[in-house]
Ligand binder design. Structure first.
Ligand SMILES: NC(=O)C1=CN([C@@H]2O[C@H](COP(=O)(O)OP(=O)(O)OC[C@H]3O[C@@H](n4cnc5c(N)ncnc54)[C@H](O)[C@@H]3O)[C@@H](O)[C@H]2O)[C@@H](O)CC1
Ligand SMILES: Nc1ncnc2c1ncn2[C@@H]1O[C@H](COP(=O)(O)OP(=O)(O)O)[C@@H](O)[C@H]1O
Ligand SMILES: [K+]
Length: 501
């Protein structure tokens, strides 16, 4: 799914109105109908609803919803926040359509801001994508009162006060929503951790804006949907044989961290590689052989850490890093594997930390290789600590372009930055994945897909999607706290299976 800036969304709106064609007031009616359907299906038992409407089109959406929910016998009231004298035409029309028996109050000065003390759902439709400066005066006061109330809050399109495309610094004056119902596509700001408290649970409400505009309008931002993952996925055919699915090498492990390479190797197998080999220090040899009968194992001459390279050309993909440590001799071995590699490789964990300390390695990395840093590893690579996610993402994208590699910036909504400037945000996964071992599983999955001849960008996007999906199955089964990386790997089968649906 392509993501757009606020300006592009405004143009999309206008294009739809002109070319569908549809009157803007009818488009608003359609959007509000979809929003109302969502409310009815998900929150039917919350019968008392208070709308806070601005005087722009976001407020217009709210007025239509209020009318529709009133007709469905919900107990609805509205407050109109007069933040400007410029009132949208569609807002005006919908205000006149609001049934007279819906209580409706104006907020024009501070003393009009109500103290919220009744049990009611609050629907925030003060500002939508039209926000151009931090809220002040009555709007600020209303937002602070809504946040103070502790009532459930549903934000329409975007939490009022939150900038959709750039960093918001005025934290005190942004709605803290429990649920956001965003129209058509998520907005960039919704995918960043600092805005989590403003966004809450994100739901995308399709309103059928023009398909042609979507296809023809360029964007570098994407959100990986189930359909996108299906488009990448290649199901096996009846006469396929193991030779077709590649020869995967996982390089990792050191004394006390053999578990990491074990997890990556298991994940590599479960993600479908034809043959999987682990290269581990001698102390890991028996562990791998005894616990993963399907994998082959090469023992390094050294007992506690890897010191030697191997013949890399026989492998179709190599994943390096899980539990590998940073021993000086290991650094030499890793350098030589990277130097010998002729096809894209996957680098994680300490392999990335080594790269941060050896700038000259960049020129050795095969183009389109995949680097999977978490935020800390990325900051070490970049040599900068970032204050906000927008700047961090921009730096990751720049790094991907500059070095011709794929940067998988891990976290909730992992961002996959491609050398061509595209950034693909993941849509699966949950906080149960925030646990040691999850990253090792991810390295195994991505390298395995690469071994199976998925293109590097496909392996990264599909691998991250499957890893998150398997995490979702694992959490449904075991719960966020109790799930472990092994559960994620065990659930990979279900994630693949779902791609067939
Ligand atoms: N994207 C779409 O296709 C559709 C959008 N609709 C709704 O329309 C919304 C956008 O409507 P608008 O463009 O009218 O924007 P808003 O409803 O967000 O209102 C913005 C207005 O407030 C002013 N303003 C911005 N920041 C201010 C501040 N801090 N203090 C005081 N005034 C401020 C702006 O100049 C503008 O006039 C969307 O968020 C969505 O809810 C829907 O009606 C249906 C279709
Ligand atoms: N809150 C979260 N929501 C979704 N995914 C998460 C969350 N936290 C972590 N993850 C995922 O879990 C994995 C953690 O990787 P990493 O930080 O390298 O862990 P480790 O090295 O300890 O295994 C990444 O794929 C990341 O995207
Ligand atoms: K809003």
């Amino acid at each position: 799914m392509k993501l757009f800036t606020t300006q592009q969304i405004r143009d999309w709106d206008i294009y739809t109105i002109k070319n569908e064609p549809i009157d803007s007031i009818d488009l608003m009616e359609r959007a509000a109908n979809r929003l109302t359907d969502w409310y009815y299906e998900n929150c039917e038992r919350y019968t008392d609803i208070t709308f806070f409407c601005g005087v722009g089109n976001n407020g217009g959406d709210g007025l239509v919803m209020a009318r529709l929910l009133h007709l469905l016998h919900f107990n609805v009231k509205c407050y109109i926040v007069h933040f400007s004298d410029k009132i949208s035409e569609d807002f005006k029309q919908n205000l006149s359509r609001l049934p007279k028996n819906v209580p409706c109050y104006d907020i024009k000065e501070d003393s009009d801001v109500p103290v919220i003390n009744d049990e009611t759902v609050l629907v925030d439709c003060i500002f939508g994508s039209g926000l151009s400066r931090p809220p002040k005066g009555i709007t600020q006061k209303t937002i602070i009162e809504i946040n103070r109330s502790n009532n459930p809050v549903i934000a329409i399109d975007i939490a009022s006060g939150l900038y959709a495309d750039h960093y918001s610094t005025h934290f005190q004056t942004i709605i803290e929503a429990d649920i956001t119902l965003t129209l058509e596509v998520p907005k960039l700001a919704m995918l960043f951790p600092e805005n989590d408290k403003n966004v809450g649970e994100l739901n995308i409400i399709p309103i059928d804006l023009s398909k042609k505009f979507k296809e023809e309008t360029p964007s570098n931002y994407f959100f990986t949907t189930h359909k996108n993952a299906q488009e990448i996925y290649r199901p096996r055919k009846r006469f396929d044989h193991k030779g077709k699915f590649g020869n995967l090498l996982i390089v990792g492990g050191s004394k006390g961290m053999i578990g990491a390479v074990q997890l990556a190797t298991k994940a590599g197998l479960r993600a479908g590689a034809g043959k999987t080999t682990a290269l581990v220090p001698a102390c890991g040899y028996e562990i791998i052989q005894a616990t993963i009968p399907e994998a082959m194992c090469i023992s390094d001459p050294s007992r506690n850490h890897i010191v030697a390279s191997t013949l890399v050309s026989k492998y179709s993909a190599i994943g390096i890093g899980p539990g590998i440590g940073q021993h000086e001799q290991t650094q030499k071995a890793v350098r030589s594997i990277i130097e010998d590699a002729e096809k894209p490789i996957v680098l994680d964990a300490d392999a990335l930390n080594m790269l941060s300390e050896n700038d000259e390695w960049w020129s050795l990395i095969p183009e389109n290789s995949i680097l999977t840093p978490h935020l800390g590893e990325f900051e070490r690579l970049a040599g900068i600590q970032f204050i906000n996610s927008f700047d961090r993402l921009e730096a990751a994208s720049k790094m991907a372009k500059e070095h011709n590699v794929i940067i998988v910036l891990k976290g909730a909504n992992t961002a996959i930055c491609l050398p061509n400037g595209q950034i693909h945000f993941n849509s699966t996964g949950n906080a149960g994945l925030a646990k040691g071992g999850s990253g090792d599983a991810l390295l195994g999955i991505i390298s395995s897909l690469l071994a199976q001849k998925y293109k590097p960008y496909e392996a990264a996007i599909l691998g991250v999607y499957l890893h998150g999906k398997a995490g979702d199955y694992a959490s449904a089964d075991k719960g966020f706290e109790s799930m472990v990386a092994s559960d994620v790997i065990e659930s990979l089968g279900k994630a693949f299976f779902e791609l067939l649906k």
